[in-house]
Design a protein around this ligand. Structure first.
Ligand SMILES: Cc1ncc(C[n+]2csc(CCOP(=O)(O)OP(=O)(O)O)c2C)c(N)n1
Ligand SMILES: [Mg+2]
Length: 899
């Protein structure tokens, strides 16, 4: 027998091989009588015993995590619908209309401005049942549910807010034209752009679902640590079926089940289509998702068929209708939407002639209109109600819908529907008639917005329902009472420096530990680590602060006798996420936005291998910026040559370049513990006291060296990005002059170069610590721009210009990052800046060897400096040639960028 898929195995098993129908009937009758007499618990028990017995007898049952392609909840388990179906349908129709009109009007006026009609059209019932009966708003004593709306459904969400009286016609008119006078509406959910409205950016697919999972988990963390009562808050995540192909979308579903997050509900809108075409033309996306979620341990609710199908299913005694439902492909299913009722009758029901009888009383139109589950409010309500009542696990609702529902010829179910932005007159008329919108014919071509009077039944009903549920959603509110940040003395010990060799990572960990002990902010600090604590020397935190675990520690840890044992605890403070940077970033997001989503300041520190930060989870970091998140990203084991022996997949030489792309991210590449202390202290002040919507990226290295003492008056320079850390010591005023910029551990190479330059080549050399090229550039650009726009006013001077304008000589920067990083400020440096950096893949080797390889070590800095001086005719070229020989530099070695 050829290998069979799970579905076909199922169906072979059930139907084709039944050579003793009578015996089957007897078993089924017996089962039925147990159901009647003893109930489902007993049935479960007996079936499990039978399976166990079969297994003992060597019988292997086909594995399937699937159930049949029918609704999970049977009709008899359906609760009574609590709302007024008729008014709710009217409201929904109006929302559908205005959502469509927003996109159509915008594109009529500005062709190409974009927007989506078909996504909301398919999801309208899912959202409306939620709005009228489930989504709880932020009330007096309750912070409401956290709802992740599907990004492309935004026109529908705006359209509802319009009916609720929260948005004006003008705002709707300015959908996707935010620069219009009076403002407009952003294309998708962006808290950065609409900070009082949107709470969670979701439009980069996959980010919504993973964020929602970790949000639900973080709510538990707040609860278990006694920081906030979040017991009744639920997290709803709405996503597309196509979106589930994003690794982030399903990558963390195991965690949600393991943590028994019954406060989490996924609603997957299974319209079977994505942008280009079907999600699984040759298969069944719902079944595939069911397998994955059930396998992971979720409560799966399929909402596939509307009430119209209940009678058909009840009338079918052959089992063939379910069989037909099981076997037909998504590609076929999509075709039924664009074909006629006659086609559906012939090909869907007609495949098994017995099934034709089931629909013989229905007209072709009625056959075509047999409604799907996701468009039937009763079925959707049933699923949502079951989900919120579920106590054991997270729930996923797989709701079968039609993409572009109601668009008819304009795109309903068609492959192009995702891109439909315009409707012609006839299509508008059809849409109006189908949803019964009171727009007269003569106005139709304008697709005007329509909102009934405030006193109308519809508006009254909708407002009443929202009032019952605690207020409008979405609504973003921020904290009113900020946390007090600790005073300077917490950081004092780091200002003096140390003779002992210490890495900046070790210094940072010590600082973090001190902060975690602070009586006020200590509890709010959330260290997040993706299985690298030992790499960063953070294992001491395990015992002291505990690793958060909802169940505590149910086993005796293998290292229990050690002082620093692996301690899991219910009130543990550390989020040890395991090997998932994406998951850790999602936790960082939940914590860093708690000030808005929970009204409580949390201070997350996400400490990661710097190479697996920006280039791995960069999009989530971008979303964090959009979210106005607060916190510290710590890129540890940073630098392309500072991390020894690891080589090209580990050695980060570009995270600072990637970090420079995030507008509200403040980045630093500090060399000394005191610099980190100054930066963190300032970060706490700016983010948590002054409430700036910024966050921090700080790189720390694992090279041990004596930590310098903070030079007097250097605070401003540390924060602004550049200060003179070691002026020329033995230099003579008449010697040629040079300035060396160094950052992170490469500052030490710069200091060594200074010594060589002064002692050996009589160059008067100053060394500067460049803590942040990004900060310097940002300020210089702002000043430059101001001067450009204010020609008649006295020009302003940037920090960089004021700092360097009186300095003479050449400027050379050396960095453990790509040359582009220091190059960011080159145009404001007098005479230009010559940069050494780590462009290229590099090698795994020692620090010394890789620094020579990349030409960023002291000797290379010396050559670069002399070469610049020769270029300015301050020294002879012969002197440079001699230095190349003396310092053992091979002038013909391969360019590290290319090898
Ligand atoms: C990461 C990412 N890749 C691509 C896109 C572009 N995109 C927007 S919508 C869409 C199709 C969405 O399909 P589905 O998830 O099924 O949602 P539906 O509109 O069908 O509900 C795509 C590819 C995106 N927004 N994010
Ligand atoms: Mg889809």
């Amino acid at each position: 027998m050829a290998e069979l898929s799970i579905e076909s195995m199922d169906h072979e098993f059930n139907f084709r091989k039944d050579f003793d129908i009578q015996e089957t009937e007897e078993w089924l009758e017996a089962l039925e009588s147990v159901i009647q007499a003893r109930g489902s618990e007993r049935v479960r028990f007996l079936l499990n015993r039978l399976i166990q017995k079969s297994f003992q007898s060597g019988i292997r049952l086909p594995f399937t995590a699937n159930t049949s392609y029918i609704n999970t909840i049977s009709v008899d388990k359906q609760p009574v619908y609590p709302g007024n179906r008729k008014i709710e349908r009217r409201i929904k129709s109006l929302i559908r209309w205005n959502a469509m009109a927003m996109v159509v009007r915008a594109n009529k006026k500005y062709p190409g401005i974009g927007g989506h009609i078909s996504t909301y059209a398919s999801a309208a019932t899912l959202y409306e049942v939620g709005y009228n009966h489930f989504f709880r708003g932020k009330g007096e004593n309750f912070d409401g549910d956290q709802i992740y709306f599907q990004g492309h459904a935004s026109p529908g969400i705006y359209s509802r807010a319009f009916l609720e009286g929260r948005l004006s016609v003008k705002q709707l008119e300015h959908f996707r034209r935010e620069l219009e006078k009076g403002g407009g509406l952003s294309s998708y959910p962006h808290p950065w752009l609409m900070p009082d409205f949107w709470e969670f950016p979701t439009v980069s697919m996959g980010i919504g679902p993973i964020s929602a999972i970790y949000q639900a988990r973080f709510n538990r963390y707040l609860q278990d640590r006694g920081l906030k009562d979040t017991k009744n808050q639920r997290v709803w995540a709405f996503l597309g079926d196509g979106e589930t192909d994003e690794p982030e979308a399903l990558g963390a579903i195991g965690l949600a089940a393991r943590e028994k997050l019954n406060n989490l509900i996924f609603v997957i809108n299974c319209n079977l289509q994505r942008l280009d075409g079907p999600v699984r033309g040759n298969g069944k996306i719902v079944q595939e998702l069911e397998r994955l979620f059930r396998g992971a341990g979720w409560n799966v609710i399929k909402v596939l068929w509307g009430s119209d199908w209940d009678t058909l299913l009840a009338n079918d005694k052959t089992g063939l209708l379910i069989q037909r439902m099981n076997e037909y492909l998504d590609g076929e299913s999509q075709k039924y939407i664009v074909e006629s009722g006659d086609y559906v009758r012939k090909t869907f029901f007609g495949k098994y002639p017995q099934l034709l009888k089931l629909v013989e009383h229905l007209s072709d139109e009625q056959v075509w209109k047999l409604r799907l589950g996701g468009h039937d409010p009763e079925k959707v309500y049933t699923a949502f109600k079951t989900a919120v009542d579920n106590k054991a696990a997270p729930t996923v609702i797989l709701a079968r819908t039609i993409k572009g529902y109601g668009l008819g010829e304009a795109g309903e179910g068609k492959n192009v529907t995702h891109q439909v932005k315009k409707l012609n007159d006839e299509e508008l008329r059809d849409f109006r008639d189908r949803f019964d919108i009171p727009i007269p014919d003569k106005k139709l071509d304008e697709a005007p917005f329509y909102r009934p009077d405030d006193k109308s039944e519809e508006i009254q009903y909708l407002l009443e329902m929202r009032k019952n549920l605690g207020g409008f959603v979405p609504q973003r509110k921020t904290i009113s009472v900020p946390i007090t940040i600790p005073s300077t003395h917490v950081f004092n010990e780091f200002m003096k420096g140390s003779d002992r060799d210490v890495s900046t990572t070790m210094a940072f960990v010590r600082m973090l530990t001190t902060l975690m002990k602070d009586p006020i902010i200590g509890k709010r600090i959330t260290p997040i680590i993706p299985d690298e604590a030992r790499t960063f020397g953070m294992e001491s935190l395990f015992r002291q602060f505990g690793i958060y675990s909802r169940v505590g520690q149910l086993y005796d840890p293998v290292d229990a006798s050690n002082f620093l044992y692996y301690r899991e605890a219910k009130d543990g403070q550390i989020l040890e996420e395991g090997i998932t940077e994406a998951g850790s970033m999602a936790s960082f997001t939940a914590a860093g936005t708690a000030y808005a989503s929970h009204g409580i300041d949390m201070i997350p520190f996400f400490i990661f291998y710097s190479m697996f930060g920006f280039q791995r989870v960069g999009d989530q970091i971008w979303a964090f910026g959009d979210l106005r998140g607060k916190g510290f990203l710590i890129g540890a084991t940073a630098g392309r040559t500072t991390l020894m022996g690891e080589g090209l997949q580990h050695a980060d030489g570009h995270s600072h370049l990637l970090a420079s792309t995030i507008p509200n991210l403040i980045t630093y590449d500090p060399a000394y513990a005191y610099e980190i202390a100054v930066i963190i202290q300032e970060g706490l002040r700016r983010m948590y006291k002054d409430r700036e919507d910024i966050f921090y990226y700080i790189t720390v290295g694992n090279e041990n060296y004596p930590q310098g003492a903070m030079p007097k008056g250097s605070k401003e320079g540390i924060l602004k990005g550049l200060y003179k850390v070691n002026p020329s010591v033995s230099g003579d005023k008449d010697w040629p002059r040079a300035h060396l910029f160094g950052s992170g551990s490469i500052l030490r190479e710069t200091l060594r170069a200074q010594e060589i330059l002064e002692k050996k080549y009589k160059i008067c050399t100053d060394v500067w610590s460049a803590t942040s090229y990004k900060e310097l550039r940002r300020e210089a650009l702002a000043v430059e721009r101001w001067n450009m726009l204010h020609p008649a006013k006295a020009p302003r001077k940037s920090y960089l210009t004021s700092l360097l304008e009186k300095e003479e000589g050449v400027f050379v920067a050396s960095s453990d990052y790509m040359k582009m990083v220091p190059d960011q400020i080159a145009r404001w440096v007098p005479g230009g800046l010559f940069t050494l950096g780590t462009d290229g893949y590099g090698r795994s080797d020692t620090r010394e060897s890789t620094r020579r390889f990349f030409e960023i070590d002291a000797e290379s800095i010396v050559i670069a400096t002399l070469s610049r001086l020769a270029g300015q005719k301050n020294i002879t070229t012969a002197k440079v040639s001699k230095a190349i020989t003396d310092l053992g530099i091979n002038p013909d070695k391969a360019d590290p960028l290319l090898v």
